[in-house]
Design a protein around this ligand. Structure first.
Ligand code: 3HC
Length: 296
């Protein structure tokens, strides 16, 4: 169990049916987390092809959990049975919570939140998983800013037991209490934090990752050696370049830019090599190539 997976307290609103919007790495992980915890899930992707791919990815991940002895076959089947894949936001009319995990682009997220505001019944909590944008921007795109909150999951979501519960200034205490107790029901440890660039984890993690890239740029050390140094020297499960490839270089660049924009620390300016790899399309493991080649 997660360090914070104590008995959930009855706080806030009742949540039994959840919508997840998106079909990328984070969306799939989050759908899996909710389904395993017993929630009914409506998973909305952009089209039937993306839905089918999302279903395949989640099935593969649940199968891996079975092979590792973390999940029984019947629990896997029950989890899959709780997910309904859809290609239409209109299917979110009767959910109690929507978790948005789409592309990290403000205009697209704002349009989605305005749309959800029209579709969802009153009292629904609208959560964003953004790691690089101000949550308050999503809140003010709706007529219900008190019901909008950040739920920042970590990658890989089925394994990482932290959720940063991000509280913009217009969010109600009841919304925060509901999401905290929901996280505990998911077996995750909720940490409430302010709507500031990087929240807690990325504000501490990304300056380190950016510095690692600068070390390679300036021929200070090889990427492989830096990864070994941090794993063997600090006991980290992954070195900085392994982690950057897992997180995605596009997502990493967006976070680094946001830290720099908000804090203006000269050392927080994204390393040019990161910008160039993103421009080149080397986005990390998800496309088969980032700092390392993952195609084989
Ligand atoms: N379902 C359930 N459990 C699974 C699983 C699955 N599909 N796959 C693996 N597991 C379990 C394993 O059984 C094991 O549990 P155990 O220790 O109780 O036996 C545990 O997960 C670890 O699995 P492995 O030992 O096989 O895997 P590794 O040792 O290779 O660890 C890792 C994998 C957990 C991903 C580890 O490499 C790690 O912790 N990496 C760092 C990840 C990290 O820092 N993520 C945060 C990135 S920052 C972020 O996301 C924020 C964003 O905004 C950028």
């Amino acid at each position: 169990t997660a360090p914070g997976a104590h008995e959930a307290t009855e706080a806030g609103r009742k949540v039994t049916k959840v919508g997840v919007v998106g079909s990328g790495t984070m969306a799939n992980g989050i759908i899996e987390v909710f389904a395993k915890a017993g929630y009914e899930v409506v998973a909305v992707a952009r089209g039937t092809e993306k839905s089918a791919r999302s279903r395949d990815k989640i099935t593969a991940s649940l199968n891996k959990a079975v092979v590792r002895g973390k999940l029984s076959e019947s629990d896997r089947d029950a989890a899959l049975g709780r997910v309904n894949w859809s290609a239409s936001l209109d299917d979110l009319g009767d959910v109690d919570l929507v978790v948005e995990a789409i592309v990290e682009e403000l205009s697209i997220k704002k349009a989605l939140f305005a749309n959800l505001d029209e579709i969802c019944k009153p009292g629904v909590i609208l959560a964003t998983t953004t790691s690089s944008l101000p949550v308050v921007e999503c809140a003010i795109a709706t007529n219900r800013p008190a019901d909008v909150i950040g739920m920042h999951f970590f990658n890989p979501a089925p394994i990482m037991n932290l959720v940063e519960v991000v509280r913009p200034i217009r969010t109600s205490d009841e919304t925060v209490a509901t999401i905290r107790s929901l996280c505990e029901n998911l077996g995750k440890y909720p940490v409430v934090c302010a709507d500031r660039a990087g929240f807690v984890v990325n504000a501490l993690l990304f300056p380190y990752l950016n510095d690692a890239i600068r070390m390679v740029e300036t021929s200070y050390a090889e990427a492989d050696d830096i990864d070994y140094a941090m794993k063997l020297g600090c006991g980290y499960p992954m070195g900085p370049f392994e982690l950057l490839d897992v997180v995605g270089l596009d997502v990493s660049l967006a976070i680094q830019r946001e830290l720099y924009n908000e804090l203006r620390e000269p050392g927080f300016a994204p390393a040019p090599l990161l910008e160039q790899l993103v421009t080149a399309g080397y986005l990390g493991r998800k496309v088969g190539r980032g700092f390392r080649d993952h195609s084989r």
